[in-house]
Design a protein around this ligand. Sequence first.
Ligand SMILES: C[S@@+](CC[C@H](N)C(=O)[O-])C[C@H]1O[C@@H](n2cnc3c(N)ncnc32)[C@H](O)[C@@H]1O
Length: 290
Amino acid sequence: MNKKMEIYNEIIAPVIEELVHDYSSSEGVEISYVYKQIKNIIPKIIDEYFSGQPPQINYSNFFVRIGYLHRLLPGLVYNYRDLIKKALSLGYFKEKEIRVIVFGGGPGTELLAISTILKRKNINFCLTDKFDSWADCWDLLKDKIIRKLQNLQISINCDFLPIDITDLNNFYKNKNRLRRNKYYFVNYIVSELYYKSSLFTEFLRAIIEDKPVGEKIVILLADRNQPIIKEIIKEIEDELDLTKKYFDETNIRCPENYFYNLEPIKLLGKPKTSEFKSIRYIFESNPPPF
Ligand SMILES: C[S@@+](CC[C@H](N)C(=O)[O-])C[C@H]1O[C@@H](n2cnc3c(N)ncnc32)[C@H](O)[C@@H]1O
């Protein structure tokens, strides 16, 4: 697959179409009505997303989720793919079996990013999110990804865990699933949690402290480039005594030229992504001492 061209056209757009068609038949409404609702809600998502305040986005609303898929997902995938490439160049992801936990993974952004970069790997991937309503997008997206990658010697094993990462009890309840991993993906979550991030810090601390002696975790974190978000990330870094292995500031660029004349594009417009300004980090924890 030519990743630049095909991520939206071959994976995201067909998922949107399928979900919209399913919604239209289950609710007995016209497809054009569904697209109209999505189109109306997109500016509201964008206003919330770029308000500079903790975004109040209701992900349990179907139109919101599809609006997110159309308008934000391509740019977010693109940005995170690029961060994974940076990590590869620094020597990460060398193992044959890659074990990843994603916090607040939403529709599966990070699976789309990692699976279109790595080759000849077994990826064991667990997506966690507070909203289990994402499961509709996630199921379709992951099925499409797995089908597309069948011939690329990538095997993907994935599951979905509906948990709130600001509640430490969820760590203890799901300890077995959360502990056996090396890579933890945190993509546009700190900006969602804002000052509740200190509770997330405790969640991460529990994971780090639970590691076997001498083992560390690697955190790939991307978020909005805003002073307050940088400050909160610095607090997490200091609190957990993380080692910063990489940092950059980017302007997410999604190759808009490649969007075809597909149904979602015709009815919702082209996804615009140029206003994303992102900060990206790779952190390592310090392993528990011997
Ligand atoms: C901006 S979206 C990012 C989704 C995905 N990582 C991406 O980059 O497309 C934020 C996600 O965080 C999830 N979320 C918000 N608060 C959460 C919490 N306390 N625990 C777990 N997930 C949460 C939301 O459901 C949503 O999927």
